[in-house]
Design a protein around this ligand. Structure first.
Ligand code: ADP
Ligand code: SF4
Ligand code: SF4
Length: 585
């Protein structure tokens, strides 16, 4: 079966010469392989007539078409949902069961679609154009566990609760104060307990519209938890949360009985889930749901790119989080040295132990938000003068900074934005930045119209394209899928090596931090009140100190070497805490 996918946002028949139609060999032979749709004025490709030659893909000036040959076993009868002709198709579904089921996969592979179907928000159309009823869906899944699930949905005998992915739109649809809103949905009588566990005490009197991303996320999680549902769906619950909040969220979600969760932070997903479904395919074209796997095997198979039971390789290259060689600092040129520094800004007090930063180092900063990380970097750069202490450097230090919250205030295209700081047409830039960050297809897009993940990749590119001695990236992994996180970490490492810069990365994805960093600086304290930063510590010491503060222990998976969080109270957890070994090399 051939899938012809048209990105109708890219397709602009008024600005092209209809090259797709003009050059299609089928059309030239008088067939209706591609036609303009009367209603939309845009082309439709007949997947029955299309030979898959790929000429239209090359000829379309807006790169709007993809032609994909599907594996033979994926016939039309296997489609669970299609967003329409020449649009995304979903194959297979997750089967709800007791415990926490995790879904892992690239962006735009259909994860949210699966959640919407199982939450009863979208009746799957089985690939048909007309409206499909639940009765037909039930018939389609006859003899499987999904038959009875859809029967329950149809008869409203099951109450699904859905924490959506984009919590930032909540203030547009719900108005009111946090405390009042949460009390209204508290069907379990656990308001006080949840408020405490998710650290919501200080924001109960605030309007939803005044909350930051992380606050909104916790309120949305609390609201879902407090309701009495038969099944719960959590779409990317760790976005905007710091590490401690991620684990608090995970512990809370694990208290629920039937949960399906989509998550890109693999350590959190691992900690949360009992089973894993991998979703694979071609983003924005089609997605397939794998069989359920145990959590360890599922995450390992995802990283390795191979489904053993199904005998399918879905990615050529495995994702390997290599152990970084420990650097012999003595041989490295010094970027700067600093004594211990103190700084008071209004009511916020910062203290950082002294240290030395070497050229080409990537320093991972571990710690909550609002705890003084950015202030510290500004002190290093000389933008802020410390009250006590000094920074010793042999020249002016320039800093390039990617903030945590990126607001797209640029009027113009991605190409114009990146070109304002560098020559984006060099072959170096293409191979080092544009290709790995998948930016080529975004170049002609308006910056203001990018999605969260797209904007993130552009912001990272912009930050790394500026000439600087120190690069500070605040939460580069937010909104990125696992593959994109790996690509970003490679780009950052290469820039550090080649520019001999110092790179500081604040991020709450420990797997990402473990992969990218040479050393760690650990920040602790009370957000907004006081922060203390350690000197740069070797990874073992830094991670140990940080995890001890969090009360979480880690082991390494023998097969892939990836860090895994021990479940609280497990034998390993207890033993490692006794020994003070929170982090295993
Ligand atoms: P994920 O959750 O894995 O990121 P989604 O399920 O949101 O993926 O989307 C899968 C694909 O379906 C994407 O290409 C998306 O653009 C497309 N899609 C999602 N919703 C719609 C819709 N209502 N109409 C058309 N296409 C859609
Ligand atoms: Fe033009 Fe490309 Fe759209 Fe065809 S697919 S109408 S060539 S923009
Ligand atoms: Fe026509 Fe070839 Fe494009 Fe199919 S792939 S629509 S046959 S040009």
């Amino acid at each position: 079966m051939i899938l012809a996918i048209i990105d109708y946002e890219r397709c602009q028949p008024k600005k092209c010469s209809l090259e797709c139609i003009k050059y299609c060999p089928g059309v030239r032979m008088g067939e209706k392989t591609i036609e303009l749709d009367e209603k939309t004025g845009k082309p439709i490709i007949s997947e029955v007539l299309c030979s898959g030659c790929g000429i239209c893909v090359k000829k379309c000036p807006f790169k709007a078409i993809s032609i994909i040959g599907l594996p033979e076993e994926l016939g039309e009868d296997k489609i669970v949902h299609s967003y329409g002709q020449n649009r995304f198709k979903l194959f297979g579904l997750v089967v709800p069961r007791d415990g926490v089921v995790g879904i892992i996969g690239q962006n735009a592979i259909g994860k949210s679609t699966v959640l919407r179907i199982l939450a009863g928000e979208l009746i799957p159309n089985l690939g048909r154009e007309d409206n499909v009823s639940y009765d037909e869906v039930i018939k389609h899944f006859r003899g499987t566990e999904l038959q009875s699930y859809f029967e329950l949905l149809k008869n409203k005998k099951i109450k699904p609760i859905h924490k959506v992915q984009y919590v930032d739109i909540l203030p547009k649809v719900v108005k009111g104060k946090v405390g009042e809103l949460l009390k209204k949905v508290d069907e379990k009588g656990k308001f006080n307990e949840v408020v405490k566990k998710l650290e919501l005490e200080n924001i109960l009197d605030r309007e939803l519209s005044q909350l930051s991303g992380g606050e909104l996320q916790r309120v949305a999680i609390a609201a879902a938890y407090l309701r009495n549902g038969d099944i719960y769906f959590f779409d990317e619950p760790s976005s905007w949360l710091d590490i401690k909040q991620r684990f608090n969220m995970a512990k809370l979600v694990r208290e629920l009985n039937r949960v399906i969760v989509v998550e890109h932070d693999l350590i959190v997903l691992d900690y949360l889930s009992d089973y894993i479904h991998i979703m694979y395919g071609v983003p924005s074209a089609y997605g397939i749901v794998s069989l359920p796997k145990s959590v360890r095997i599922g995450i390992n198979e995802y990283l390795l790119g191979e489904l053993k039971e199904e005998n399918i390789r879905f990615r050529k290259e495995p994702i390997i989080f290599e152990k970084r060689a420990v650097i012999d600092y003595k041989n490295r040129p010094i970027l700067l040295k600093y004594s211990s520094v103190k700084k008071t800004l209004d009511t916020f007090k910062l203290y950082v132990e002294g240290g030395t930063i070497y050229k080409g180092e990537v320093i991972g900063i571990l710690g909550s938000n609002g705890i003084g990380k950015t202030t510290f970097i500004k002190i290093l750069a000389g933008v802020i003068k410390p009250d006590e202490g000094e920074v010793i450097k042999d020249k002016d230090i320039k800093v390039s900074y990617k903030p945590q919250y990126i607001t797209p205030d640029f009027d113009g295209t991605v190409e114009e934005l990146l070109s304002s700081v560098t020559n984006i047409h060099s072959s170096y830039y293409k191979s080092e930045i544009l290709t790995p960050l998948q930016l080529e297809k975004l170049l002609d897009r308006e910056v203001k119209k990018l999605s969260g993940g797209e904007l993130q990749r552009v912001a990272i590119a912009l930050c790394l394209s500026r000439e600087a001695d120190i690069y500070l990236l605040d939460e580069p992994s937010a909104f990125l899928d696992v593959e994109q996180r790996l690509a970003v970490s490679k780009v950052i490492r290469r820039i550090a090596d080649e520019k001999e810069a110092g790179v500081f990365v604040v991020d709450h994805d420990i797997l990402f931090q473990d992969y990218i960093s040479d050393r760690f600086i650990v920040f602790s304290g009370i957000p907004g009140v006081e922060g203390t930063g350690s000197s740069p510590l070797n990874k073992r010491e830094g991670a140990n100190r940080f995890l001890k503060e969090m009360g979480i222990t880690f082991r390494r998976d023998p097969e892939t070497g990836r860090p895994r969080a021990n479940k609280e109270g497990s034998q390993k957890d207890i033993l490692q805490k006794e020994k003070g070994e929170y982090y295993y090399e």
